[in-house]
Design a protein around this ligand. Structure first.
Ligand code: GLU
Length: 447
């Protein structure tokens, strides 16, 4: 088996060897999906996984814009249209200086499996730019978004490709992008998700990724007759996903003790309750400040510069920051300190060593493509509401989100449970995500 996986990865490396994050995402899928393909005759001789790792289309483009000083700046824009077998391409846009082809291809590849798991008709894509929104004025952000859309608009559409937010792209950016798309096409359609409530957005969309990550942790705990109540939780990140994961974990009776950003993490032994979270939301979303400022407001907390939170003691870890933020040695520290639940809110936050450490320890470990699917699932619900020209209530959307997260959990059990009852959620998510897309691709022929 190992030699089959190695042979496949060698071929992938020949074409994509300079893309380490993409290789990592493919390796993780290959480890579980190749054995499954070998066990299922219908996939033999179809080269199906090789077809899935090759994007259907990749667009890169120049984004020129003028800053507040009148300087002309140039960034690179991307859209990876990975797979449209089960629906229009769907996935976020990331604006961050680290954005490159490898990062976006790994995200687009994971998105294909994630979107398949949601049970909604969405293919997979991802895009963005190496633009750094940090320290930019609202006007600069607007001019950048407008320039970005003057090229992107010809590649997307409500039945073709529906982008949304990701790191560095929130409600403000979606607004500027949508305004320019509408002007260029003279159409009011559901071409982007994460829109404002008064212009086609869905209730619960901002909360969905973080809430879904905690719902998934709760479902995993339920299989052991346990719950989030009374658990000590480490959350990394302090953006949209981290904020709403903290809110939901706290609502379910857990105590969240950490948050972080690229400069370090804060530890609050008393827990980050609703009032403290409201402060963090104002700090990060309105003032666009740094998490270190938390300790000025709440002096009993402390800030550790340049470190991630994984060496603190906890029951549950929710990595909600970014890719490869939790390494093999961090996983070992978590396990040594008694952590027995990891539910990923970010995309691929654990490196392969960490994934293997969690699987070997047989803890409750959910990969992001399962546990953070609530965000894109609610984007799918936003698309449905746009097509129906209707708005569902908060309760309706939240009920559907919970149902979807439960279905994803069931699908992971279906394909990931072994004879002793242990659930490998990585295997379960990869195979369940794969089957739906692969079957659609086989039905549609070699295209
Ligand atoms: N960027 C989010 C993700 O990683 C959301 C994508 C979407 O809503 O289309 O799934």
């Amino acid at each position: 088996m190992k030699s089959k996986i190695d042979a496949f990865m060698k071929e992938i490396e020949a074409r994509n060897g300079l893309e380490p994050e993409f290789m990592q995402a493919v390796q993780e899928v290959a480890e579980t999906v190749i054995p499954y393909i070998i066990s299922q005759e219908i996939y033999h001789g179809k080269n199906i996984l090789m077809r899935m790792v090759e994007p259907e289309r990749v667009v890169t483009f120049r984004v020129a814009w003028v800053d507040d000083q009148g300087e002309i700046c140039v960034n690179r824009g991307y859209r990876i249209q990975m797979n449209s077998a089960i629906g229009p391409y769907k996935g976020g846009l990331r604006f961050h200086p680290t954005v490159n082809m490898s990062i976006l291809k790994f995200l687009a590849f994971e998105q294909v499996f994630k979107n398949s798991l949601t049970t909604l008709p969405m293919g997979g894509g991802k895009g963005g730019s190496d633009f750094d929104p940090k320290g930019k004025s609202d006007n600069e952000i607007m001019r950048f978004c407008q320039s970005f859309m003057t090229e992107l608009y010809r590649h997307i559409g409500p039945n073709t490709d529906v982008p949304a937010g990701d790191i560095g792209v929130g409600g403000r950016e979606i607004g500027f992008l949508y305004g320019m798309y509408k002007r260029l096409k003279n159409e009011f359609t559901g071409v982007l998700t994460g829109k404002g409530i008064s212009w086609g957005g869905s209730l619960i969309r901002p909360e969905a990724t973080g809430y879904g990550t905690v719902y998934f942790a709760e479902s995993m705990l339920k299989t052991k007759g346990d719950s989030m109540k009374g658990k000590t939780v480490l959350v990394s990140g302090s953006g949209n996903v981290a904020q709403y994961a903290t809110e939901k974990a706290t609502q379910l009776g857990a105590k969240v003790v950490t948050l972080s950003d690229s400069s370090g993490y804060i530890y609050d032994a008393d827990g980050i309750d609703a009032e403290k979270l409201a402060y963090v939301m104002e700090l990060k979303n309105v003032k666009r400040g740094r998490i270190s400022e938390y300790v000025k407001q709440y002096p009993s907390a402390n800030f550790t510069k340049g470190k991630t939170p994984w060496h603190e003691k906890c029951d549950v870890a929710l990595p909600c920051a970014t890719q490869n933020e939790l390494l093999g040695e961090d996983a070992k520290a978590l396990l040594a300190n008694g952590c027995f639940v990891v539910s990923e809110g970010a995309n691929m936050p654990s490196d392969l060593d960490a994934v293997h450490a969690f699987l070997d320890a047989k803890i409750l470990y959910a990969p992001g493509k399962a546990s953070n699917a609530g965000g894109v699932a609610t984007s799918g619900l936003e698309m449905s509401q746009n097509s129906l020209r209707m708005n569902w209530t908060r309760e309706e959307v939240d009920t559907k989100l919970r149902e979807i997260m439960n279905n994803i959990h069931d699908a992971c059990i279906k394909y990931g449970q072994d004879e002793n009852g242990y659930v490998d959620y990585v295997k379960g998510a990869n195979i369940a995500g794969f089957v739906k897309v692969a079957d659609a691709m086989l039905a549609q022929g070699v295209v």
